[in-house]
Design a protein around this ligand. Structure first.
Ligand code: HPA
Length: 266
């Protein structure tokens, strides 16, 4: 049995055998969403190989349960490249998600905006990404499966359904391009001007490696940013992790309504 298969068995022993339909990865300041799910919570430290998720504002637990009638797996924290220098840090959790039966994953994150019309407190549905880091979680993967097509990485049907859920809730959720910057330092104003010129609408330190891994594993993927700040140089407000954590819950309330609506309709 594979490592992910063993973990999936362990999780099924605790949470029951019913297959999971969808995974949800919670970003900085969004961890409380795990509390919306009725189910079984397993701390990451009981799942060997799961990330330590040592970033404050994350809640490192896996919750398997029901949200709006759908069986989901909620990852209360993620590992970022900047923690250990590993772009594939979320590979095992995503393999486990696949082994639990899911065919879909939605990643969420906190991000800075480069769009004056998408201000702090907004949520943005990712239409595409720019991998500004130059890193890739599949470097070292020995099989030909590593040549993953990324032409429609952000699943068009999921985007349509999520957009419909937002519209039904009366929540503005513009779509935009997310640029992955490795962090952990924030970007400089010159870097933000550069990635804006390249076509990005928002910037953050996560999600892109997870979406690459999800596509590699055959999972359909979507992602939503909660905008916590204008990116460096675009506003007078100081950028900090404290500010990110304080602002994320504003977008998180909208995010929760969109996700609930999406699951209700699924
Ligand atoms: N840059 C990168 N990551 C972020 C930001 C930002 O401005 N805000 C929240 N996460």
């Amino acid at each position: 049995m594979s490592r992910s298969g063993d973990l999936a068995d362990l999780i099924r022993d605790e949470a029951g055998p019913a297959p999971v339909r969808l995974g949800l990865i919670l970003g900085s300041g969004l961890g409380h969403l795990a509390g919306a799910v009725e189910g079984v919570s397993i701390p990451y430290h009981r799942l060997p190989g799961f990330p330590h998720a040592g970033v404050s504002g994350h809640n490192p637990q896996l919750v398997i349960g029901t949200l709006e009638g759908q069986r989901v797996a909620v990852f209360g924290g993620r590992s970022h490249y900047y923690e250990q220098g590993r772009a594939d840090a979320m590979r095992l959790p995503l393999e486990v998600l696949r082994d639990l039966g899911a065919d879909r994953v939605i990643a969420t994150n906190a991000a800075g905006s480069m769009r004056p019309d998408i201000g702090p407190g907004s949520i943005m549905l990712l239409s595409d990404h720019i991998n500004f880091s130059g890193l890739n979680p599949l470097i070292g993967e020995p099989t030909d499966a590593r040549f993953v097509p990324m032409g429609a990485a952000y699943d068009p049907q999921m985007r349509q359904d999520l957009a419909a859920a937002a519209a039904a809730e009366g929540i503005a959720m513009p779509q935009g391009v997310y640029a992955w910057y490795s962090g952990p330092s924030f970007e400089t104003p010159a870097e933000i001007r550069a990635i804006r010129t390249l076509g990005a609408d928002a910037v953050g330190m996560s999600t892109v490696p997870e979406v690459i891994l999800a596509r590699f594993l055959g999972l359909r993927a979507a992602a939503i940013s909660t905008i916590t700040n204008m990116a460096a140089g675009l506003s007078d407000e100081a950028i900090s992790h404290e500010h990110t954590k304080a602002m994320a819950p504003i977008g998180a309330a909208k995010l929760e309504r969109v996700l609930r609506g999406y699951l209700r309709a699924a």
